[in-house]
Design a protein around this ligand. Structure first.
Ligand SMILES: Cc1cc2nc3c(=O)[nH]c(=O)nc-3n(C[C@H](O)[C@H](O)[C@H](O)COP(=O)(O)O)c2cc1C
Length: 185
């Protein structure tokens, strides 16, 4: 099989986002294993039911990318023990209009980086609850909770070999999860 196409949604939109750095580290190490697509979630308007039937082009582009992806990887920060609203906004757009849930039966992975000791545990489990409702097939194990306060150097490169190993283990399992599952659209 050719490299699976993975749509990556990064929930951190700030300059120097740790989660964006985590995505960059994954791209550097796993460029041959996957074909990565990204999507700028901050380009989306706030979700409104008034717009869902004839949404702006950026929403249509998100739906198209979800449709074409073999798998979706969510990389989320933790905000107040949950995942950021900007990521929920993107998920809500993809879920509508009613009866046209773009996430349905899509294969997913969830990882995340924060500066706290529980490394996005709270965020990931709130996110998993939402993905479950949307009928996504989210990989259960291994998990990847990253306290990234010391994981990257000044240039934003991964500087911790143990973290590199954990990421490699996760991405290996995720590749198998995406390629072996037969319940995708
Ligand atoms: C509104 C807000 C709430 C936060 N809540 C948490 C939290 O619950 N747990 C945690 O570990 N870090 C928390 N943080 C710190 C984030 O982990 C840190 O800002 C991280 O760098 C965000 O990810 P990013 O760099 O990818 O944007 C919070 C930060 C903000 C701005």
């Amino acid at each position: 099989m050719t490299a699976p196409k993975i749509l990556v949604l990064v929930g951190g939109i700030s300059e120097g986002s740790l989660n964006e750095k985590l995505f960059n580290a994954i791209k550097v190490k796993h460029a041959n294993d996957f074909s990565f697509e990204d999507f700028d979630i901050k380009s989306l308007p706030f979700f409104s039911q008034d717009l869902e039937a004839d949404p702006p082009a950026t929403v249509k582009a998100l739906r198209e990318k979800i449709k074409k992806a073999d798998g979706i990887l969510f990389i989320t920060p933790e905000y107040n023990r949950s995942f950021p609203g900007v990521l929920k906004n993107a998920i809500d757009w993809g879920s509508r209009p009613y009866g046209q849930n773009s996430w349905d039966k899509k294969i997913a992975g969830v990882i995340g980086a924060s500066v706290g000791n529980i490394g996005t545990f709270g965020a990931q489990h709130h996110l998993r609850q939402v993905l479950s409702y949307l009928n996504m097939h989210t990989m259960h194990q291994p998990e990847l909770y990253l306290n990234a306060s010391k994981a990257f150097d000044q240039d934003g490169n991964l500087s911790d070999s143990m973290v590199e190993e954990i990421i490699a283990k996760y991405m290996g399992a995720f590749k198998a999860w995406v390629t072996q599952n037969s319940f995708k659209n």
